[in-house]
Design a protein around this ligand. Structure first.
Ligand code: CU
Length: 219
């Protein structure tokens, strides 16, 4: 069950200029109290009109050294993603997830047409040739999202209001428990919150490769 250990820290009166958004510092911890990197954190506004539209223009999930460079990518519905291959062998990217089923048959040099993702939810990516290649796209219908860093921390910048704060990680033990927690952001008050999640054991770590394509040696 998603348990919240709250510790709101308020900093009042740090700025005399009118503030339109406040920082919410989120720390995600697992059952051993370790920070969880690569966790999706997102806040759904109670105001349905807030955050409409606004898709990212170009999202890239690269393949280098037989690995998807980004293990987790967060996008808005309607966003298109390109999957370049910077290895000198062919990859075959696919997903069977209900949120988006697609495949990009074997390719190497020519990057296939972008793939558009419209439905919120989880999209598990794989490669037909290399079983270990795994990554996820998580589609969220809000602009208020962030991915936790190596320490399990993320910062959301939120206009004052009430939100449902959600987390998602591919190893969540009970994803159905991810029903969100109500938080209230008040004007001129930065806040911090700790979220405790329970992860399944895994021998495969979910970590960002140091990455950084240097321009052409892989083709
Ligand atoms: Cu592959």
């Amino acid at each position: 069950m998603l348990k919240i250990r709250y510790c709101f820290i308020f900093f009042i009166g740090l700025s005399s200029t009118p503030t339109i958004a406040e920082s919410l510092n989120v720390k995600v911890l697992d059952q051993t109290a370790k920070g969880v990197p690569e966790t999706v954190v997102y806040a759904l506004s109670s105001k349905p009109e807030y955050g409409a539209g606004q898709v990212q223009s170009k999202v890239v999930i690269d393949q280098i050294d037989k690995t998807f460079v980004n293990p987790i990518t967060i996008i808005r519905p309607g966003t298109s993603v390109i999957f370049p291959n910077h290895d000198n062998i062919r990859h075959h990217v696919y997903s069977f997830s209900p949120s988006k089923t697609f495949e990009l048959p074997l390719y190497k040099d020519a990057t296939p047409q972008p793939v558009r993702f419209d439905k919120p939810g989880e999209v598990a990516l794989g490669c037909n040739i290399h079983d270990w290649m795994s990554a996820y796209i998580y589609v969220v219908d809000t602009p208020n999202f962030a991915l936790t860093d190596a320490q399990g921390q993320a910062v959301l910048t939120l206009p004052p209001g009430q939100y449902q704060l959600h987390t998602w990680h591919p190893r969540l033990k009970k994803p159905e428990d991810n029903k969100g927690s109500t938080i209230t952001i008040q004007a001129k008050q930065d806040a911090a919150i700790e979220l405790a999640i329970v992860l399944k054991k895994s021998f495969r770590s979910i970590a960002r490769t140091s990455g950084g394509f240097d321009g052409g040696n892989y083709r």
